[in-house]
Write a protein that binds this ligand. Sequence first.
Ligand code: E4P
Length: 214
Amino acid sequence: MKFFIDTANIDEIKEANSMGMVDGVTTNPSLIAKEGRPFEDIIKDICAEVDGPISAEVISTEAKAMIAEGQKLAAIHENIVVKIPMIPDGMKATRALASEGIPVNVTLVFSPLQALVAAKAGAAFVSPFVGRLDDLASEGMLLIEQMVTIFNNYGFDAEVLVASIRNPLHVLEAAMMGADVATIPFGVIKKMMSHPLTDKGLAAFLADHAKSQK
Ligand code: E4P
C-alpha cells in the first residue's frame, strides 16, 4: 500500500519522508491556504523534497479553463498530478489531460458511481473522501469497498486513493480492503506508529538496562 501525505506543510513532509512514509503528496486549496505562501513556491518545494506523485488542484470549474490550468500545473514538474473536481466539466478535462499523458486525480468523490465515472474518464487516481462521509453518518469505508470491487471487476487502471482520513482505523480498514493508496495527515501517521505497550516496554527495558549498569 502506498502512503501519500495529505498536507502542504514542507516541515511535515520532510519529517514523514525521513521515516520512509511518503510515496507521494496530496494538496488542496485549503491546505495550501494554511501555509500563507504563494502556491507555486509551495508546490516546487514539495517536488524538490519528494520523488513521487504530487497532487496540485485546479481552481477553475469550466472544462477549457481546467485543461489550461492543468497543463500549466503539469509544466511545473514531471511528478505533478492534476487534481480535478468530480463535476461534468471535470470529466471533460480529465479525459483531455489524460489523453495528453498528464495524470489526473479526481477529487471530491462521494459515491461509487462517481468513482466509476472518474475511472472511465481516464483518471490515474480517484479520491473518495471517507471522513467527510462519516461526518454525515454515511459509512465512508463502504465506498472504499465498493470502489475496490468495481475497479477490480473491470480492470481499471485508476488507483483508489483514500482521502479525508481522520484516524488510524481508516488506514487499517483501507489496507484490509486493498485500496491502492491512503493519503494521510501527518498527525495520523504519528498515531499509527504509537502504542502504549511499546512505550511501557521501552521504559521497562531502559530502566532494567540502567539497573544492570550499577
Ligand atoms: C486530499 O486529497 C483531500 O483533499 C483531503 O484528504 C480532504 O481532507 P479533509 O476532508 O480532512 O479536508
